[in-house]
Ligand binder design. Structure first.
Ligand code: FAD
Length: 394
């Protein structure tokens, strides 16, 4: 009988994987487990925060996926029995599988930053999962007086979307420059370097002179604790009291990955770079933000590429053959302003048990470029979002 594949998580990784499996072999019995009827996408959610886009444009449903022969179980997966190969769902029913794919995304660590617990997110939004949090940060910026201080706390590596905090700084600065020009934005960073750093720093100077300040780890940027009652962020070098505080806390793999026994002591999932099978939980594959993909960043583009690679590997494995070594691609676009795009691209292959950069491939946007060139990259960013969401949900 046809192999049963259960995919947990209907985001960029999981939905892509379910679709790819069905396309590769329509006989596979594919079930996608996702409690939300509507998925709210993070890419371009920084535009929503800056008032440049409606949250409705971030929302996607599962009707087309269900119509393509995939069973959609609109429930949370709560337990996994790896020995019996079953997944327990929130309604008490269970699903049997031959192969299981996990793409649960991230869990925010409410145990990592003193003062930053779940309740604190109502005062100091993370907006690192799109939806209500995105809108809350937007509302706080709208309510802030001209001359206010916005602080973004950025975490250490690894975390979801390495360029995301810096794109957010740009787009919030764009809003402030347009509507509240006496305001300031500080990024308190737990790192000394970050993705597309020189491009971002040049954009801050060029577009938002005197408005954006980045405080690195060495300069005392690491936030050690927060006080939501006073909107204060505490560092070794002093305290910052913000009118709007966007705290992006440390993260780990979505909780179900730990329940599956697929996480290691980092909180993320070590995988085989050819098949994405867990190093610790046989027949369980982990893709997207939850996995440790070596040099590949945690992005929707990566999750989609990993999903296709994993689907191919699973179809090959269930047919009794062994999959060949893959090559994967990632591109991350960021907007420094609505008409100013920058990008980073990479190509990856398995090397010494990890996904490593293919040397000489990939790169970043040129440091010197015309505004026309930057505007074209901003258009490519829009096209990328339209293309990937049509492929995954359309
Ligand atoms: P997700 O897309 O988060 O999907 C996980 C899904 O799993 C969720 O729908 C969740 O409900 C479900 N789930 C979790 N646990 C369970 C369970 N137990 N049972 C059932 N379902 C479960 N990436 C880019 O490529 N380009 C960008 O421009 C970009 N911009 C970003 C901007 C911001 C502000 C942020 C925060 C992120 C951005 N990203 C971008 C990153 C991108 O959003 C993530 O890398 C991507 O969503 C990862 O896909 P995933 O499948 O791992 O997780």
């Amino acid at each position: 009988s046809a192999a049963r594949i259960v995919v947990i998580g209907g985001g960029f990784g999981g939905a892509s994987c379910a679709r790819a499996l069905k396309q590769i072999d329509p006989k596979l019995q594919v079930t996608l487990v996702e409690p939300n009827r509507i998925f709210t996408a993070c890419p371009f959610s920084n535009n929503v925060i800056a008032g440049l886009r409606s949250i409705e444009e971030q929302k996607f449903g599962y009707d087309k996926i269900a119509a393509s022969g995939i069973t959609v179980a609109a429930l949370e997966a709560t337990t996994i029995n790896a020995a019996a190969r079953t997944v327990g769902l929130a309604d008490g029913t269970s699903l049997a599988y031959d192969r299981l794919v996990l793409s649960p995304g991230i869990e925010l660590r409410f145990d990592a930053l003193p003062g930053y617990d779940e309740a604190a997110t109502a005062k100091m939004p993370h907006a690192w999962k799109a939806g209500e949090q995105t809108l809350l940060l937007r509302k706080q910026l709208e309510a802030m007086d001209d001359g206010g201080l916005v602080v973004i706390a950025a975490p250490a590596n690894p975390f979801r979307c390495p360029p995301g905090p810096y794109e957010r700084a740009c787009l919030i600065a764009h809003y402030l420059k347009t509507k509240k020009p006496r305001s300031k934005l500080i990024i308190l960073d737990a790192k000394d370097t970050f993705s597309k750093q020189r491009l971002f720093q040049n954009a801050w100077k060029e577009l938002y002179p005197g408005m954006v300040e980045w405080i690195s780890l060495s300069q005392g940027g690491k936030v050690n604790a927060v006080d939501p009652a006073t909107n204060t962020l505490i560092t070794d070098f002093g305290n910052h009291t913000a009118q709007v505080a966007n705290v992006i806390p440390p993260q780990r793999a979505g909780r179900i990955a730990a329940i599956a026994g697929a996480t290691d002591n980092t909180g993320w999932c070590a995988i085989d770079p050819v098949t994405f099978e867990s190093r610790s939980a046989p027949n369980i594959h982990v893709i997207g933000d939850a996995c440790l993909a070596g040099a590949m960043p945690k992005s929707a583009f990566s999750a989609n590429a990993q999903a296709k690679t994993c689907a191919n590997a699973i179809a090959t494995l269930v047919a009794g053959r062994s999959p060949a070594a893959p090559k994967l691609i990632n591109t991350c676009y960021s907007l420094a302003a609505p008409d100013y795009g920058i990008s980073i691209a990479g190509v990856y292959h398995p090397k010494n048990g990890l996904l490593a950069d293919v040397e000489g491939a990939g790169g970043v946007s040129p440091l010197e470029a015309s505004r026309d060139f930057r505007a074209r990259e901003a258009d490519y960013a829009q096209s990328w979002f339209a293309t990937i969401t049509a492929e995954v949900f359309g």
